[in-house]
Design a protein around this ligand. Structure first.
Ligand code: SF4
Ligand code: SF4
Length: 482
């Protein structure tokens, strides 16, 4: 008799019902009592269908049980022990994919000296002091970048300005926006602008410019003064909170056409998710707050300790519960990490690569080198070409081939792979010295967080499905530059 195992899926409970997330199709399904009992019976050890049917026949009819087995086998929620797990198919794009987002590093200089910044210190990838990458992007390089982007993009192009501190090169940012608008109109494409800034250089005229040009703005900020001033300091060690808070409030008051988001870096010393969220939304006025654990090699003073991810997960779960309650009641909640993952679940995202880096998203260095993403722009690692000469398609194809999730043995067997696919290349590079390895140090965190979001998704789908429609037109390709 052929024994069966649970297959390529994750069973979870939401709103008093069992559900299953199917990795091969990235679908979420509510289970009936029969299927749920069958999967429970197989949870601990492989067993034959006959054995399970005999055990459960006091609760369900034999035909119900057999029908359930057939269905579960069909959707690959069950797998015969004798069959090898199915390999993830490796399908590479036949023609180059359109560029959705170009991140322009307009400077690699910064007026802050945040102790955890990946642009500085021992984890730095891009060498900016060897003269090969200028400190400031020139107007000529920025224009060439816009031409490159419009040549590579589909009908809509997202242009994101980044640094260093982006606003230190505000002059080039301004002229680039004007050039991009007129060039986009000439070639009949739509263009959209965003930037990430530390807010220290916001002034009335800068705010006016951002509002007039409908910029999507993300502010890097770590919370109330005592947390912000631990790491986000000027070169003389002075904290930045007192300077940025009134500037951010001015920006939020003037720029109403697009919601302003906060991006928080969590370190072992600032793990206070709810306090940070409450402060940034209630006291400062941000519409949305997204959190990211610091990227750091193990042993760095700000890197998470052994229980760091566990603590973040518990705090995220708590705040995610508020998001769920608000969504069910039809109210806004600004916990950005949940919104992003719910959107991916709703659209059935099934990633062959962890993010759009290398195809939908590319980073451009101050000198015009095209890199994997903004964190690699200017590095010889994963340079894909230049804005003047275009993309080397062989290099790009080789990258997509060698970084496909099908190459990551652990990920192939993981139910969370449709949403994770191995995780951020920059994190992997910092941790393991190569972008090809999956980030196995945070699998428990990823799976725990994915389980939380699946649960919340199923609860919202049950109680207020209309809420989820907002995710339908969005794209999964390009993560926010941070
Ligand atoms: S990195 Fe870990 S959690 Fe992510 S897909 Fe791979 S095995 Fe799963
Ligand atoms: S997730 Fe990582 S690799 Fe992808 S764009 Fe962001 S920083 Fe770059």
């Amino acid at each position: 008799m052929n024994a069966l195992n649970p297959g390529d899926c994750h069973v979870f409970e939401a709103g008093g019902r069992r559900h299953v997330y199917l990795a091969p199709s990235a679908a979420v399904m509510a289970m009936d009592e029969v299927s749920s009992a069958v999967l429970d019976a197989l949870a601990d050890r492989p067993r034959s269908r006959e054995d399970v049917v005999a055990e459960l026949s006091a609760r369900f009819s034999v035909s119900e049980l057999n029908e359930s087995f057939d269905d579960l086998l069909k959707i690959r929620a069950l797998r015969p022990v004798s069959e090898a797990p199915k390999r993830v198919p490796k399908i590479l794009p036949l023609t180059p994919l359109p560029l959705s987002t170009m991140v322009l590093n307009v400077t690699n200089q910064c007026n802050l000296a945040c102790a955890y910044c990946y642009e500085y210190g021992e984890d730095k990838i891009v060498q900016t002091d060897n003269g090969r990458q200028p400190k400031w992007m020139s107007e000529e390089t920025a224009r060439a970048s816009v031409d490159f982007m419009l040549a590579e993009s589909g009908r809509t192009a997202h242009l994101t300005f980044f640094g260093g501190e982006t606003l230190m090169n505000f002059k080039v940012l301004q002229t680039t926006v004007n050039y991009a608008k007129s060039r986009a109109a000439e070639v009949g494409k739509l263009i959209d602008f965003s930037l990430t800034t530390n807010a220290t250089l916001l002034k009335p005229e800068t705010i006016e410019f951002l509002a007039e040009n409908d910029f999507g703005v993300t502010i890097s900020i770590d919370g109330p003064a005592d947390l912000q001033d631990k790491f986000r300091v000027f070169h003389n060690g002075a904290g930045s909170y007192a300077l940025v808070e009134p500037k951010i409030k001015d920006l939020i008051a003037r720029h109403r056409s697009r919601p302003i988001g906060a991006r928080v870096t969590l370190t072992r010393e600032t793990l206070q998710v709810r306090r940070i969220y409450d402060h940034l939304t209630n006291n400062v006025g941000f519409h949305e707050v997204g959190f990211a654990p610091v990227t750091a090699a193990p042993g760095r003073p700000h890197a998470f300790g052994d229980d760091g991810f566990e603590s973040v997960l518990a705090q995220f779960r708590d705040l995610a519960g508020d998001f769920r309650d608000a969504a069910i009641a039809g109210r806004h909640h600004g916990f950005g990490n949940v919104r992003e993952t719910l959107g991916e679940i709703h659209r059935g995202a099934s990633k062959a690569w962890p993010c759009g880096a290398g195809f939908g998203l590319l980073g451009v260095s101050t000198g015009g080198d095209v890199g994997l993403c903004h964190r690699f722009a200017g590095s010889d690692d994963h340079k894909f070409g230049t804005v003047r000469d275009g993309i080397d398609r062989d290099v790009q194809r080789a990258f997509l081939d060698s970084h496909h999730v099908a190459n990551k043995t652990d990920c192939e067997a993981c139910w969370a792979r449709p949403l994770c696919a191995g995780g951020c290349y920059h994190e992997a590079h910092t941790r393991y010295g190569t972008t090809e390895r999956p980030n196995l140090h945070y699998c428990d965190w990823i799976r725990g967080w994915t389980d939380t979001c699946l649960t919340i998704y199923a609860e919202i789908a049950e109680k207020n499905p209309a809420f989820l429609r907002r995710f339908e037109g969005e794209s999964d390709e390009a993560p926010q530059a941070s």
